[in-house]
Design a protein around this ligand. Structure first.
Ligand code: CO
Length: 137
């Protein structure tokens, strides 16, 4: 698989508002985008750290996988997202190598990215996202 860089780290939080002071006032990062991703039932807040981003994920519903994650494990690092030239190709390669997939095909994520997740059962329990700029960008 051809990974170019870590695109972002996803961090599960109960409340973006309550988390902002740490990221902005302590770490000195600037939140440049807050966006709701309806189909994932999350609200996201983004910070840039070099070419990598921090993505805070706040559940907008109890049905959200983020709500379930926080319930089970508490707030904290939720996933790592690698940038690849083609999500579809990377998924095909991962599947061919026996990796269990959460997404069989790329779907739309926040920030205009096409994204897909590999299953933590195949990744040493690290939820792994593959992403690339979407068709719209
Ligand atoms: Co992500």
């Amino acid at each position: 698989m051809e990974i170019t860089h870590i695109e972002h780290l996803g961090i599960a939080v109960k409340s973006i508002e309550e988390s902002l002071p740490y990221y902005e006032q302590v770490l000195g990062l600037k939140c440049y985008n807050i966006e709701v991703v309806e189909d994932q039932k999350v609200r996201t807040a983004f910070f840039k750290v070099g070419q990598t981003k921090i993505e805070l994920l706040e559940p907008t519903s109890e049905e959200s996988t983020i709500a379930k994650f926080i319930e089970k494990k508490g707030e904290g690092v939720h996933h790592i997202a690698f940038a690849v030239p083609s999500v579809a190709d990377a998924l095909a390669e991962a599947e061919e190598k026996g990796v269990k997939l959460i997404d069989k095909a790329p779907r739309a994520g926040a920030e205009g990215l096409d994204i897909a997740f590999l299953h933590p059962k195949s990744t040493g329990s690290v939820l792994t996202e593959l992403c690339m700029p979407g068709q719209g960008k």
